[in-house]
Design a protein around this ligand. Structure first.
Ligand code: ATP
Ligand code: MG
Length: 432
């Protein structure tokens, strides 16, 4: 396999656009005598003139050797072992070249052709390249001479705006069905087209997405819906019939033309995209609250008919509905708890007068619940007067004070419950 190599003056990847931390890791590996390449989104996005979300590095150093070079390094992932070099919140991912499974222990392929474990080290750069998913994701920037190495015509496909698998799309998706989600995600994010056989391969070989661990699919949901291109990603998921593996309840309702839900989701995703654009915080609690809302309404109406008061009825509905979602994608408790609270606050927001109503402004979840109420109103429910009333109350001096105290309480509970791992995937490349 002979790659095309573009020398420093034949491409526009510049060290000025690579993060300091990524450069540190690249140089330390190089000085340690190892191969050291930037790969994946870092190279792809820089070649497109975009700023990369994160930087991934590939090397011939084993994970243990990488760990030996950095104090701030942690090895993660069982199925696809990786080194994370940690700089505060910034994590640089370092992957070791893999060799063919025939070259040693540590490689396992299941009956269905799915790669269960991929940890045979000692491969070459070419071995590493052929294991990657798309041609545009297998471009390497060599820190030794600042060249870009392209094995599969990735540079050409970037220019042609093509999402193309390395080798047979059908085989690559069979090896790891999450690649279907990745293909549509990059099509959405980059506004690229799926190459010839990709659509067909997705249609024929994605059903084993149902066997992927829910936690890995949750990570994919975050990348699909919370990276600033949620609207396009969601459209792609629907177009390729992939939504059912991530949000089965939602997919079933949209299949039956639930127009209200479609509007609700559309507005919510547009809001999320623009919040990300403006560097405002977003949370999966809100997106999941939106996706499951129609099921919550239906189930809680049933409980209310049997005489349950509105708020307990919502919690009872959540107990019924949420497990069906968790079977598809996980949702860590730090998100599922606030999601339930957003729902449970809805009936309480229908009372906009009196001390009790005023006190709601001090609830740490008030703001999200209020946004949710206004979203429902925008999607066509008759809630406009409540939205306006709450807007006015937030502007009162007393309201401002309560909102501030709610904010600091929310911050406190966040720092107490901060997850050690953040939202990073610990097993991103693995097939399971
Ligand atoms: P971004 O970080 O912008 O979402 P990316 O391409 O960097 O995009 P990552 O998930 O960070 O995506 O993965 C880094 C690289 O690892 C990819 O570019 C690809 O080469 C490889 N990769 C990741 N997941 C897989 C997979 N499931 N199968 C094959 N290769 C993968
Ligand atoms: Mg990346």
């Amino acid at each position: 396999m002979e790659p095309v190599t573009l020398s420093r003056d034949e491409h526009q990847v510049s060290r000025a656009n690579i993060s300091k931390n990524a450069l540190k890791v690249l140089y330390r590996l190089h000085e340690g005598g190892f191969a050291s390449y930037l790969v994946g989104g870092g190279v792809r996005d820089l070649l497109l003139g975009r700023s990369p979300k994160d930087f991934d590095i590939a090397t011939d150093a084993s994970p243990e050797q990488v760990k030996g070079l950095f104090d701030n390094c942690r090895l993660i992932g069982r199925r696809f072992r990786l080194a994370h070099v940690i700089f505060g919140r910034d994590i640089i991912e370092v992957a070791t070249f893999r060799a063919a499974h025939t070259e040693g222990d540590g490689g396992v392929v299941g009956d269905t052709g799915r790669i269960v474990r991929d940890n045979v080290f000692g491969g070459t750069l070419a071995d590493d390249a052929i294991r990657r998913d798309l041609t545009i994701n297998a471009l390497y920037y060599n820190i030794a001479d600042f060249s870009v190495v392209d094995f599969f015509g990735g540079v050409e496909d970037l220019a042609a705006r093509k999402i193309k698998f390395i080798g047979s799309a059908a085989e690559r998706i069979t090896e790891d069905p999450v690649r279907s989600l990745r293909a549509v995600r990059f099509a959405a994010k980059l506004d690229f087209n799926l190459d010839g056989d990709v659509t067909e391969a997705i249609a024929e070989h994605s059903s084993s997405l149902a066997d992927i661990p829910p936690a890995r699919l949750f990570e994919e949901v975050l990348k699909l819906l919370q990276s600033g291109h949620g609207t396009e990603s969601f459209e792609q998921l629907r177009e390729h019939d992939l939504l059912q593996y991530l949000f089965p309840l939602t997919a079933a309702r949209l299949q039956h033309n639930d127009e209200y839900l479609a509007r609700l989701i559309g507005i919510a995703l547009r809001n999320t995209d623009s919040r990300i654009q403006n560097d405002q915080p977003v949370t999966p609690a809100f997106i999941y609250a939106v996706m499951l809302w129609a099921d919550i309404v239906e189930a809680s109406a049933r409980h209310e008919e049997r005489g349950m008061p509105p708020v307990p009825a919502v919690f009872a509905a959540a107990d019924e509905v949420v497990p069906g979602q968790l079977a598809a994608t996980a949702l860590p408790r730090r998100f599922s708890m606030p999601m339930r609270e957003i729902w449970a606050l809805q009936p309480r927001l229908y009372k906009t007068r009196g001390k009790r109503a005023m006190r709601l402004l001090g609830n740490p979840r008030f703001r999200a619940a209020y946004d949710f109420l206004c979203l429902r109103s925008e999607a066509g429910e008759e809630l406009e007067s409540y939205c306006q009333a709450w807007e006015k109350m937030q502007e009162l001096p007393e309201g401002q004070e309560l909102l501030l105290s709610a904010k600091s309480r929310a911050r406190q509970s966040r720092t107490q419950r901060r997850p050690r791992n953040g939202q990073r995937s610990s097993d991103k490349k693995s097939a399971s």
